[in-house]
Design a protein around this ligand. Sequence first.
Ligand code: FAD
Ligand code: 2HG
Ligand code: ZN
Length: 419
Amino acid sequence: MVSQIIRRLALVPQGGNTGLVGGSVPVQDEIILSLSRMNKILSFDPASGALVAQAGCILQNLDDHVAQHNFLMPLDLGAKGSCQIGGNISTNAGGLRLLRYGPLHGSVLGLEVVLANGQVLDLLRTLRKDNTGIHLKHLFIGSEGTLGVVTAVSIQCAPRPSSVQVVFLGLESYAAVTQVLSKARKMLGEILSAFEFLDAECMRISTSFGSVNPLGSAPASDAGSTQSGQIFPFYALVETHGSNGAHDREKLDAFLEAVMADGEACDGTVAENVHQASQIWKIREGISEALPHCGAVYKYDVSLPTPLMHRLVEEVRAQLAQWPGALALGYGHVGDGNLHLNIVSPKAYPDLKAQIEPFVFEWVSNANGSISAEHGLGQMKADAIYHTQSPTAVDVMRSIKNLLDPQHILNPYKMLPKD
Ligand code: FAD
Ligand code: 2HG
Ligand code: ZN
């Protein structure tokens, strides 16, 4: 670190390199600082659920560790087998169960961070409550390695649910998705742990590359089949986490009866075992990995008022006719108002991005949404920050950057726009 200050060598902190906005990839000649060998679990307190670990620990390994004590990591995402907890914190990753366990700003108890001047900022406490001054840890959650290198983390884990139920529903319209969401919130209440949606295009692509549609003609256990049977315009994946199987199932059955009786869901299936539950999750989690098989992929990760989420996909779709083969598809964390709009195209059209991207960003901005809900800005979206943040807010961000990293050696060219 000291020689870096003298020589002003820039570096890019890199975790699992699963980020989707190029944050962990050098732009010029920056040195990659891999955290992979900082992979030790330092402590776990089964009384409080506080886990302390080095930043390079893989999320799945941490979850496996706390599972031995009947606890669960408070975040989960499709990249859990490779992403690292330091990367999760630096991107403020959202994921599949934010609806239930909240954002990392709530569950991170403390951090150890190496600053640009080489000092170690030790904030690695395990206290739930600590109002002694400014909460500095929050500066590093979601700042994408631009303010410091996270080297260790203390995080509040949640009790592992003894009862997990997973339901998959076929729906006729996006309006039905939002109606089913409100019913799930009301009728499942405290046990609701995830509410995800996908449209028909996502289902087609996910089932073409290994996932099986449990509402199609192929049996749910027939892994690897590409037979998807009837495709509904929309699907919802609803999950509950609870502590009493009989009670949770009763609530779930009442919810299913209501959504069927009111005509909001056309068809549905409840996972009867862990294998079926993971087959259903595979359809949802497999979308992102299936997309590159279709050719070029353009990714947008936006926050929008829930009722508007799929309208954006439809408006983008209407504009794609000029690029043969290009398709827009929508899915995501509808329970958090987070849409993943992806455009896939058999070949990369240079003008597609140039024309569609400003349209998407303006649309989101006019709807008071965010142009990056959970993936961050990295190098791909940094210049779009003004669609969501005011010039004053960006100025304050720059001042913080200049204070903590006056030489701009930590992940330069990322997150903040060019001057
Ligand atoms: P990297 O990609 O290595 O780095 C990401 C950023 O964090 C970079 O700017 C990097 O410089 C910085 N960084 C990494 N480690 C440190 C550190 N120790 N200190 C300081 N800075 C650091 N994201 C979601 O939010 N929700 C999802 O549901 C989700 N699902 C995904 C599914 C798939 C299949 C894939 C491929 C990605 C998904 N992502 C998701 C995106 C990605 O997995 C997350 O952003 C993840 O948190 C990145 O972790 P990482 O360790 O791979 O970080
Ligand atoms: C997900 O929720 C991830 O699956 C990835 O955030 C989203 O690839 C994407 O667009
Ligand atoms: Zn996501």
